[in-house]
Each structure stands twice: as structure tokens, then as C-alpha cells.
Write a protein that binds this ligand. Structure first.
Ligand code: GDD
Ligand code: MN
Length: 364
């Protein structure tokens, strides 16, 4: 039996055209259709439920408070009864005529059968130059990571053996759009891959959900499954934030010192005040960016931000103290203010790093 998953987000206009087509091309193949909708604002789930009543063996999963193509597909696979699992876009871009062939290919060879745009006979159809180039580059980068190779590892149109899915499931990363790529990265090397050509049609109604954010998630994913095995992405992000924080620290210092000096040479008191203001500004900046970017997956929201921010200040306190002590010492001994501020910031970083190595990660 074939279980076909249709992930949907705002496809209310497309489903009524697509479902009867699927029904007719699969008239000879025992199958079920599972629509996984992320509570679309256009009420796709409702349209799907109405169609399900009419057509039979159509199931609708309406996920509340969740988003993501890959995770929707995985959830659909998990609810499926079939021994062959398949997925296609619900917007008419994938050729329904290929469904029975993908099913046959998996029955015959096992493994994965891909609807491919990049083999002889297939094409991306009417794409602009930019999307074509982006897709080619993404495909090239992705290929180097795959355990088994395919010409179109980014296709959203494929079928696979249920056993293959169940075997790789614990290793899958459900972020973003790249469900097929993720399968190809994690399946055993001996998995059979068959590619069948098709032409990527234009969307019937609505627009693509492949946003810049999804593209960024894709790059993060490539990092995660390659260099990320040795240097975690969060650590790299944390270092970038720290680097930017030094820039913010210096800029804030210049701002506060100009404000306090009124064009006169800065007293030690004025220097100290400007420095404290700059240190706290950098702490606020680092906290904000780490919260929305580095640790976005565990982002603090609402009132939880307050205790989070206070704890963060406490964690930074010793580094901040080292920063403050070194800067004011140098400045009071006649060194230029900018140089004092920069060396102080470096001292803070080194202090934080050394303390972390000595106490928090003793065995690092
Ligand atoms: N449930 C759910 N949740 N479905 C989603 C979501 C989501 O967050 N985002 C997109 N979908 C559904 C869409 O409604 C559509 O049916 C299908 O997933 C594909 O999304 P599109 O927005 O149509 O993507 P695309 O056409 O730009 O991208 C296609 O080509 C890419 C390669 O070029 C897809 O097939 C991708 O999977 C493929 O990587
Ligand atoms: Mn599409």
C-alpha cells in the first residue's frame, strides 16, 4: 500500500484541484492520502476535511502551533499505514503522473525513488536565473554530505520503503525543508536510489514558502552535519556575538565619553563612568543577540527574560570586573583612552575564557 503525504500551508485553493487528480492516477494502486496542515490561516485543514469526507481514505492532521515542511512530512510518515511512503507538494508543481512509477520503483528496488529535475528528461521548468543558480549551488554543497548520491537531493517529490524510514528516523533533523537530503545523509550506504525524471511545473495558486529564513536554516544544517560535529554551531555564533560585542563596547564608550567630557579632557571619574556604561551596553547587546540568534531554539520570552538577563549579568560579572580594572588601571597610568578600553575588553574576554576553562569545563 502507498501512503502519500501532502504537507500543506495555505493551499486551500490547490487541494480541490489536486486530490481528484491523485485519485484518478492511483486508481490501480491501493493507497491512502495524509494531509498534514500547520493550521493554515486560509483554513486549508477545513477544505481538506471536507474533501476527506467526500473522497474516503484521506486523513487530515491539523498541527497547532507548529511549522515546518520536514517535520510535517515526518509526522505524516509516522501516521501512515503503507509499506511505501511518498511525499509531494500540494500546489500542483509535482507531476502526479509519476506517482505510480515512484511506487513501482520502491517495490522493485527498495530504498528511495526520487522525482528528479536534474536528470535527462527532467527540468526545473520556468524558474528565474536566480532560483536556478541558488538551487544548483545548494545541490552541489549538499551532495558532498550524502551517504548515497543522487542528482536531485533537494527534490520534494519522492517515495521510500517504510523500513528505510524507520531505520533512519532517530537520526533525522526535522528543521526546514530538506527532508530528502536529510534522509540521503543518514541512510546506510547500501540503500538503493532510483531517479525518475519530471518537469517542475509552476505553482497553481498562492506562493512558495521557501523563505530566506528557510535558506539560512539550510546553510546551518550543512554546517551542523559537517564541521558542526567538531565545533558546535552555537559556539561559533557565541564567538561572533562576542566579537560584535567588543565593537558595541567601543562605540558605546565613545558615545558616553563624548557625552561626559563636553569637549574637555576626561577625568578618571568620567572615564570610569563611561566605561561602566559601555560594559553594561555590551552586556545588554550580547544578551539580546545570543537570545534571538545563538540560542534562538531556546529563546527566553516574556517575563522569563528578566531572571535570564540577571543571571547572564552575574555570569559576565567577573569578566566585566577584569575589563573595568585593567582599563582604569591603564588609563590612570597615562595610557590613551581608546587603547585602555580595547586592552580592557581583551582582558575581560581572556578572563572569561580562562575561568570557563578552569572551572566550568575543567576537562576541555
Ligand atoms: N505543513 C506544512 N508546514 N507544510 C508546508 C510548510 C510548513 O511549514 N511549508 C511549506 N509547506 C508545504 C507547501 O504548502 C507545499 O505543499 C509544500 O510544502 C512545498 O512548499 P512550497 O512553498 O511549494 O515549496 P517550493 O515549491 O518553493 O519548494 C519545492 O522545491 C524545493 C526544491 O527546489 C519543495 O518541493 C521543496 O521540498 C524542495 O526542496
Ligand atoms: Mn511548491
Amino acid at each position: 500500500m502507498l501512503s502519500l503525504i501532502l504537507p500543506t500551508y495555505n493551499e486551500a485553493l490547490n487541494l480541490p484541484e489536486l486530490l481528484p487528480k491523485i485519485r484518478s492516477v492511483l486508481s490501480q494502486v491501493p493507497h491512502e492520502i495524509i494531509i498534514v496542515d500547520d493550521d493554515s490561516p486560509d483554513h486549508t485543514w477545513k477544505v481538506a476535511q471536507e474533501l476527506a469526507e467526500k473522497l474516503g481514505d484521506v486523513h487530515v492532521i491539523r498541527r497547532i502551533g507548529r511549522r515546518g515542511l520536514s517535520s510535517a512530512v515526518i509526522e505524516g510518515f509516522l501516521a501512515a499505514k503503507g509499506d511505501v511512503l511518498a511525499v509531494m507538494d500540494a500546489d500542483g508543481q509535482h507531476d502526479t503522473g509519476l506517482l505510480a512509477k515512484l511506487h513501482d520503483a520502491v517495490r522493485k528496488h527498495g530504498g528511495i525513488a526520487i522525482g528528479s529535475r536534474y536528470i535527462e528528461g527532467g527540468s526545473v521548468g520556468e524558474w528565474d536565473e536566480r532560483r536556478y543558480m541558488l538551487s544548483r549551488i545548494a545541490t552541489k554543497m549538499a551532495l558532498s554530505l550524502c551517504a548515497v548520491k543522487a542528482k536531485d537531493p533537494m527534490s520534494g517529490f519522492f517515495a521510500l520503503d517504510r523500513n528505510v524510514f524507520e531505520e533512519v528516523l532517530p537520526r533525522l533533523n526535522p528543521k526546514g525543508f530538506k527532508i530528502l537530503l536529510d534522509l540521503l545523509v543518514h541512510v546506510p550506504k547500501s540503500t538503493s536510489v532510483t531517479e525518475l525524471p519530471f518537469t517542475f511545473a509552476t505553482r497553481r495558486h498562492g506562493e512558495s514558502k521557501l523563505s530566506r529564513r528557510v535558506q539560512l536554516e539550510f546553510l546551518e544544517y550543512l554546517y551542523d552535519v559537517s564541521i558542526g560535529n567538531w565545533i558546535p554551531l552555537t559556539f561559533v555564533k557565541y564567538c561572533i556575538v562576542g566579537g560584535l560585542g567588543v565593537g558595541v563596547h567601543l562605540t558605546a564608550y565613545l558615545f558616553f565619553s563624548a557625552f561626559l567630557a563636553h569637549g574637555l579632557p576626561l577625568s578618571l571619574m568620567g572615564f570610569s563612568l563611561a566605561l561602566l556604561g559601555a560594559i553594561e551596553t555590551a552586556i545588554i547587546f550580547n544578551f539580546w543577540l545570543n537570545n534571538v540568534w545563538t540560542f534562538a531554539y531556546a529563546k527566553l520570552q516574556g517575563f522569563a527574560i528578566i531572571p535570564g538577563f540577571l543571571t547572564y549579568n552575574f555570569a559576565c560579572a567577573f569578566g566585566a570586573l577584569a575589563n573595568y580594572a585593567v582599563s582604569t588601571y591603564l588609563y590612570s597610568h597615562g595610557l590613551g583612552e581608546i587603547v585602555s578600553v580595547i586592552i580592557g575588553a581583551c582582558a575581560g574576554i581572556i578572563w572569561n575564557y580562562t575561568m570557563s576553562r578552569m572551572f566550568a569545563w575543567k576537562n576541555a
